[in-house]
Design a protein around this ligand. Structure first.
Ligand SMILES: NC(=O)c1ccc[n+]([C@@H]2O[C@H](COP(=O)([O-])OP(=O)(O)OC[C@H]3O[C@@H](n4cnc5c(N)ncnc54)[C@H](OP(=O)(O)O)[C@@H]3O)[C@@H](O)[C@H]2O)c1
Length: 283
């Protein structure tokens, strides 16, 4: 690798967008990819340098960001995220370009809402920045922390109030992040990122059923039922997220994935066909 190869830090490299982003970046011959994780021993990716990075250990941020040219920030879902992001960027070399993973229609919350404040920490940092605002990830159907196991048992519990979601494949978010990290022409852009179509939950359940080869039944529920079992900030954030689902915050379809990457965004049926029934769970 050349001495002036751009050095990129990916926070959350084991996560839904961080992992596909790392896989894209290592394909570039002259890029030094640092894979940030709170558990760096578990980062085992060809061409990626495991790098200790934890939002809980600010004393490690300077080493993690030393000489970096760009940072991909996976916003931590915690109340102090705006402050943490601002503090991290204070320690990051001024020349480093920042790409923040935010969420679709973040302005719904008003300027003093949590997501807009996290974005403002980036905009006001003095760094060149790009903000990614994706819809809900298709990977929630394959992630055991979300719906994988319920779907495998034939159920999709959700609180949509009849609204649609423009589900996006996290790999398409990663493909946009790749461009934004490597090309300065994306500086100052806010990209609302979605899949190619907006689907109601009944239609989503139909597609899940078709891909699974057996019924996946939608259980439409209230927000209180949907957030049952969560507490504190996580509960507040989930409740607000479902309120926004019901208000249509994640329904609008954009062409940003294709405009930035030159490739159309993946469809839900294509994603499910690739994931294979029962979407990632061994039976
Ligand atoms: N899921 C969706 O549909 C969706 C939609 C729109 C926006 N978003 C936003 O996207 C972001 C990512 O959400 P996600 O659910 O998809 O998560 P994810 O990226 O799949 O996983 C979260 C990552 O955080 C890392 N992490 C955990 N504890 C950490 C710590 N103390 N310090 C540093 N890193 C830590 C984990 O890696 P290690 O354990 O290796 O550290 C993991 O890679 C969130 O801001 C979320 O609000 C999600």
């Amino acid at each position: 690798m050349g001495a002036d190869a751009p050095r990129l830090l990916i926070t959350g490299v084991r996560g839904k967008t961080g992992l596909p982003l790392a896989r894209l970046l290592v394909e570039h011959k002259d890029v030094d990819v640092l894979g940030g994780s709170s558990n760096p021993e578990s980062v085992d990716l060809d061409g990626v340098r495991p790098t200790a990075f934890s939002w809980d250990v600010p004393s490690g941020w300077r080493a993690a960001t030393e000489d970096v040219d760009a940072v991909y920030i996976v916003r931590p879902d915690r109340a102090d995220a705006p402050d943490l992001i601002g503090a991290l960027l204070d320690e990051t070399p001024a020349r480093a370009r920042i790409v923040l993973l935010s969420e679709q229609d973040a302005d719904y919350m008003g300027a003093d809402g949590w997501a807009p404040r996290a974005e403002r920490a980036v905009r006001d940092s003095g760094h060149a920045w790009t903000i990614l605002r994706p819809s809900w990830f298709m990977q929630v159907f394959t992630d055991p922390r979300f719906y994988r196991d319920q779907i495998a048992d034939g159920a999709l519990p959700f609180s949509s109030g009849g609204a649609s979601l423009a589900w996006i494949d996290a790999r398409d978010i990663a493909a946009v992040a790749e461009q934004a990290l490597l090309d300065e022409k994306h500086a100052g852009q806010v990209y609302e990122l979605t899949g190619p179509e907006s689907l109601t939950l009944p239609r989503t359940a139909e597609l899940l059923s078709a891909a699974a080869g057996r019924p996946v039944v939608l259980h439409e529920m209230t927000i209180d039922e949907a957030v049952d079992g969560t507490t504190g900030f996580e509960r507040e954030l989930f409740a607000l997220t479902f309120e926004r689902v019901r208000a249509g915050s994640f329904a609008e379809v954009t062409d940003s994935v294709e405009r930035v990457t030159g490739r159309p965004a993946r469809t839900l049926p294509a994603f499910l066909a690739e994931a294979g029934p029962p979407f990632g769970r061994a039976t």
